[in-house]
Design a binder for this molecule. Structure first.
Ligand code: SF4
Length: 248
């Protein structure tokens, strides 16, 4: 029987500087990283992969002002961005300024935002937030986390969306359902509480990546790393992912 040819030293050397698991290759034949968790080299590789896949990732809620983004983000709770954007077209034509929302007829506003769900609570939040914006902040959405958190219906997630996407201020990381799921799958946190997840992400990400990282992770969660049956075969992070529910 013919002996198998000895493996060439040259070929073994060509595997690169990153530590690799023996013989493991992904479907895309990329080497599999053996470094795990929040090792800086792994985090850098994740950021690089997200940048490559989603170089133009941005907030998918259409808006023409910080106030519209605030309202749309409140409306997006338990609702898709697509549905919010549909409602927003007529909503912002009918209520063009914070004052229009602040002193609206609540029953009418409820019906106007009804398709987004939880419309009674959302109406209270939007009108309450609009009144504070008009009466305490001269009609301008405040630009600090502390002030934003004084608005009804605004928690850290909404405040981070507004600060990051309307003002370009990196005050934290938006932790929505996608960021929660992907942070866990990518082993960037052991926590399940959004505030603790945000704290973990802030620790491992450079501040100038906080805003874009949120967008890119949300895009990845919507397009590839979906909740049920993630599309791992299409994922450019697969070579460094060891999530329990991977599909390849
Ligand atoms: S390999 Fe699968 S589970 Fe891991 S990040 Fe990619 S899509 Fe998500």
């Amino acid at each position: 029987m013919k002996k198998p040819a000895p493996r060439s030293k040259k070929k073994a050397k060509s595997r690169g500087a990153v530590p690799l698991a023996d013989e493991k290759r992904t479907q895309s034949s990329r080497p599999r990283l053996t470094i795990r968790g929040t090792n800086p080299a792994r985090v850098a590789a994740i950021l690089e992969g997200l940048n490559a896949a989603y170089p133009g990732a941005s907030c998918e809620l259409k808006h023409e002002s910080p106030f519209q983004l605030l309202v749309s983000t409140i409306l997006s709770a338990q609702c898709t961005d697509v549905r919010v954007n549909q409602v927003a077209v007529t909503l912002y034509a009918k209520y063009p300024t914070p004052s229009h929302f602040a002193y609206a007829n609540p029953s009418e506003l409820e019906q106007d935002i009804r398709p987004t769900g939880f419309f009674r609570n959302k109406t209270k939040s939007i009108m309450g937030a609009a009144k504070i914006v008009v009466e305490q902040f001269s009609g301008e959405v405040p630009q600090s986390m502390e002030q934003l958190l004084t608005l009804p219906g605004v928690a850290r997630k909404t405040a981070n969306v507004v600060l990051g996407s309307a003002y370009g201020i990196a005050s934290g990381v938006v932790v929505d359902t996608h960021v929660m799921r992907l942070s866990e799958r990518l082993d960037l946190t052991k926590h399940t509480d959004p505030k603790q997840i945000e704290r973990d992400l802030i620790q491992i990400l450079p501040q100038d990546k906080w805003v874009v990282f949120s967008h890119q992770l949300i895009w990845h969660g919507r397009r590839v790393c979906v909740a049920r049956k993630p599309r791992c075969a299409e994922c450019n992070l697969e070579y460094l992912c060891y999530a329990k529910d991977k599909t390849v």
